[in-house]
Design a protein around this ligand. Sequence first.
Ligand SMILES: CC(=O)N[C@H]1[C@@H](OP(=O)(O)OP(=O)(O)OC[C@H]2O[C@@H](n3ccc(=O)[nH]c3=O)[C@H](O)[C@@H]2O)O[C@H](CO)[C@@H](O)[C@@H]1O[C@H](C)C(=O)N[C@@H](C)C(=O)N[C@H](CCC(=O)O)C(=O)O
Ligand SMILES: Nc1ncnc2c1ncn2[C@@H]1O[C@H](COP(=O)(O)OP(=O)(O)OP(=O)(O)O)[C@@H](O)[C@H]1O
Length: 524
Amino acid sequence: MSTTGETGQPRTVATLASTFGLAFRDTSDAGATTLAGVSLDNRTVSDGDLFAALPGAKAHGAAFAANAVEAGAVAVLTDAAGAELIATRGSAAPRVPVLVADDPRLILGDVAAWVHHNPAGSVRTFAVTGTNGKTTTTYLLEEILAALGGQTGLIGTVELKVGPDRTPARLTTPEAPQLHGLLSEMVAADVDAVVMEVSSHALALHRVDGVVFDVVAFTNLTEDHLDFHGGVEHYFEAKASLFTPQHARRGVVLVDDAWGRRLAEQASIDVVTVGTGRAGQDADWMIVINHVAADHTDFTITHTSGRSLSTSVGLPGRFNVANAAVALVMAIESGSTPAELNHALPHGLRALVPGRMELVANRPRCIVDFAHNADALHLALAALRPSTKGRLFVVFGATGERDRGKRAVMGRVAVENADVVVITDDDPHDEDPAAIRAEVMAGALRALPMAQRTGRGVDLFEVAPRRTAIHRAIRFAGPADTVLIAGRGHETLQEIAGVEFHLDDREEVRTAMSERSPQRTEEP
Ligand SMILES: CC(=O)N[C@H]1[C@@H](OP(=O)(O)OP(=O)(O)OC[C@H]2O[C@@H](n3ccc(=O)[nH]c3=O)[C@H](O)[C@@H]2O)O[C@H](CO)[C@@H](O)[C@@H]1O[C@H](C)C(=O)N[C@@H](C)C(=O)N[C@H](CCC(=O)O)C(=O)O
Ligand SMILES: Nc1ncnc2c1ncn2[C@@H]1O[C@H](COP(=O)(O)OP(=O)(O)OP(=O)(O)O)[C@@H](O)[C@H]1O
């Protein structure tokens, strides 16, 4: 059903019910009330909102309907079980209309878009999905769109940006009510183009329903979040659902992995492919790296038609050239020419992506990155090796209560790719931090003899807490060394035994650098 485009109708409770064919039990004669917005949680309800009371893993939203009405909700959208729950409250039941749908989540995106007068139709919309690279690619695309002129918006893991205003994000992709509310704010703030990250959770949970993106992109897929999706095929299908007319007009697919190639074949929208030619795979746009410098990489993308664009990216690593190429091709797919892009970006792409290969200090070069699994740790270290004149340090830990299998592998990868390995804590959550470190250390120790046999001396340390590990590594490093602090990126809260502590790796690097004596080096 496409109900989002009817902009002329009043957004009252009664028209909502008739537009979406919802059973409508009006207990208060309030059908004529105009809806101001939609909220999924009583704690975020504003005056005039529709409260969407959905069943959850822990509770049914209908249990909070009375609180939502107290906070200003003028109607409730729920399922049969929710309506039942509300009715059993008798005289304590909220006295507002209760609209009942078979599965409210399936219509929530369209409902939120309708209430907000379909804001996605008034801005250019771009979305990026993939296991890794979403945040980075969205920042690079935002930089491109801003350079081309106009106000931009950004929605993703790190923050929500409406023009110049920024707020920290809670989810990678907000729930549909918040998403359409944000898009509506963006339209009011004269934002021309919005770039967002779309997680596989969001696609499976219909969070981006009601938006048909102008251009969507896929970066890559590695095994992750399989607990939620119940298998890699389901995980892939969730991501692939973005490349259908329900969600997008045009797609850009990085075909460096087999999942990308499969997606390009099965997508039911127009798709252009981007690739480095790895494993002999052709793509519509081929990426060639021309030169790797200490602070940027020069590269060219060439289309099969002969059109090409030569530019550079300031983030280290081949994977960031791929992210930059995807962002550039997304801009081209939305109508810009390579010549316009070259003109708008005379110094290439220089976006700072918070906590993603973020250069925080020099001499020693200190980089904070979000790599929190073995693959990403390997890629990040490999990216830094060519531009490291001295030794390559890595400070990292493994997250508690998540995928224990990856801990020893991360330890091995660190020893195989770094010269000084400092194992510390990440977010232990409710697990014993020392036990997590021991599992990482076991993998590191197993890899040590092989590293030594190949003539590489690797120094291996266990230091906790994390703050101390960062400070010691920086004190021990020489001016020509690189220190990679991996795993937490932009995050500022560390959870230990159920208690959250403020910890920002970038702040610690700056403090450690300010306390560092240039001559002194000591062991971590
Ligand atoms: C697995 C999952 O996605 N869970 C989402 C789900 O939670 P739930 O089913 O447990 O909800 P619940 O606590 O049982 O509550 C039921 C309903 O009552 C409402 N409620 C609940 C309590 C209350 O006091 N008042 C109230 O109104 C809730 O808003 C909810 O609508 O519904 C909630 C409300 O919409 C979401 O906030 C919540 O996301 C949680 C916070 C979450 O962490 N999700 C993660 C896994 C996620 O979505 N991550 C992806 C990125 C993954 C990645 O790539 O790393 C993302 O896009 O962020
Ligand atoms: N194209 C890529 N391929 C592989 N790894 C990448 C790529 N881009 C970034 N990475 C690595 O993955 C980490 C996370 O990158 P980024 O935040 O951009 O991805 P994401 O998809 O948004 O991940 P998340 O949802 O966990 O934030 C980076 O810190 C980097 O180490």
